[in-house]
Design a protein around this ligand. Sequence first.
Ligand code: TXA
Ligand code: MG
Length: 320
Amino acid sequence: MPADSGIAEAAAVLRDGGLVAFPTETVYGLGANALDARAAARIFEAKARPSFDPLITHLADAADLEKLVGPVPPVVAALAERFWPGPLTLIVDRPAEIPPIVTSGLDTMAVRVPDEPSARALIRAAGVPVAAPSANRFGQLSPTRAEHVVKGLGAAVDVVLDGGPTRCGIESTIVDARGAQPVVLRLGALALEELVEAVGPVSVRPGSSGQPVAPGTLAAHYAPRTPLRVVTGAQPAPADGGRRGFLAFRERPADGYAAVVVLSPAGDVTEAAARLFDALHRLDAAGVTEILAEAVPDTGVGRAINDRLRRAAATWDPAG
Ligand code: TXA
Ligand code: MG
């Protein structure tokens, strides 16, 4: 359904315990009523998501945060004030109304207000907070278009709202700002530089693999089916006759690749992020045996892109 005209019907589906995939400014989310434990359980089932991986709760307005969780620590409030609506997820105490399945039993909850008018209209019309992970099967590429959702989840979703390609293209930045110094749990669409400018020094702690606090930080995640290798700089195609795909940052590589996508001819990491997952979906469908992906400059959201590429590559062992 179109994201604008489908909202009333999709909101009714959410209230009835159904699953609605909807666009946000980052990636498409797979939404359910966050107050309804059975609805939330359907998300885990549809995604084949392990029950230890908690969901993000989405609100329509920043003012809804204190209504749901009560007073929050000052730096959390300051970040919400500065960056919501926007691609920033904050960690707060889980309120009693949110069933533990949403937070995988944690007494904390991840929450954000998406910067996408149709998403906010949907949440407002549903009249409930909406739990929504990215609308892909666990571990696979995140969806940045409605077609990606349909291809990956199909009949497991009751309604897919189609709002076209998402603006940022990678997931929100997750920050735990409850303590003395904010901790970044997942690099994402809000650049570290912007965070630091707003709140001073932060520590970055994504991806300790043993006990993941944010499984978007599991070593192998965001992965295409095709083996992927991260390379530095444009590469000549290996001369062994293999069919390979190349994901370039700004320049086309020399001939020899079966499929090539250039993320940003202008060399802009923000544009590259917006196109990243769609490019990986396309290279994955191109019938190649390996994808070579060029690392991008490690500034701004470029860091989050390189983080996604490293994790996409983690399923493949260059030595074996
Ligand atoms: O941009 C986004 O954040 C998208 C859109 C749909 O909003 N959502 C998204 O959800 O990326 P998902 O489920 O793919 O990633 C949520 C991440 C997971 O890595 C999860 O572990 C982490 O948020 N998370 C959720 N609750 C948490 C908590 N209480 N403490 C730490 N991490 C948490
Ligand atoms: Mg995800």
